[in-house]
Design a binder for this molecule. Structure first.
Ligand code: IMP
Ligand code: MG
Length: 181
């Protein structure tokens, strides 16, 4: 690995762009959930930074909770069986809930989450995805708040990892194709 691992990575979104986009999303959420006491659900691990930055931009009152999914598949492709590794602690029946994801790829995790959480009969269930990789979709899902659309590739940084690494990078990068690694 190079001394600076990001040298070989393609910078897609700077810290400033991410901050600005999250402010815009927060404005929309504030409009849509005005007067609510919103349960923000961060999907671990990837969404922990997005969730943290988003709740600090919201004027809507929030409670934060986390859910941790595991899926079995290859390292960069997760279209396997999805399980709940760690479930919510807060009850959400009758509550307004915003699920916060780092990236929506095949859409299978989001679809699973929707089914899983709807069983608890929240008043409203909305989804925010910082990155939308629409072209990779294997199932149709609707995302209420999208940060950025990216056509292809595997992304790291700002919470997103490759085999556990790079979550702490403040920017979002695209990795070179796997054959070049
Ligand atoms: P999906 O179920 O295929 O939509 O994938 C959802 C999860 O896979 C995301 O929440 C990420 O944790 C992970 N994932 C998908 N694509 C990427 C990527 O490009 N970089 C890092 N993680 C990814
Ligand atoms: Mg994830």
């Amino acid at each position: 690995m190079a001394v600076n691992p990001t040298e070989a990575f393609e910078l897609l979104f700077t810290r400033e762009q991410i901050v600005e986009r999250i402010k815009q999303i927060a404005e929309q959420v504030d409009q849509d959930f005005h007067g609510s006491r919103l349960v923000v659900v961060g999907v671990l691990k990837g969404a922990f930074l997005f969730a943290a930055d988003l709740i600090r931009e919201l004027t809507t009152e929030t409670e934060i909770d986390f859910i941790w999914l595991s899926s079995y598949g290859t390292e960069r492709f997760s279209a396997g069986e999805i399980r709940v590794q760690k479930d919510l602690e807060l009850p959400i029946r009758g509550r307004d809930v915003l699920v916060v994801e780092d990236i929506v790829d095949t859409g299978l995790s989001l679809k699973f989450l929707k089914q899983h959480l709807m069983l608890r009969e929240p008043a409203r269930l909305a989804f925010a995805g910082l990155v939308d990789k629409k072209a990779a979709r294997m199932t149709e899902v609707s995302i209420d708040y999208v940060g950025f659309e990216v056509a292809q590739g595997f992304l790291v940084g700002y919470g997103m990892d490759d085999a556990g690494l790079y979550r702490g990078l403040p920017e979002i990068y695209r990795l070179p194709p796997i054959a070049d690694k």
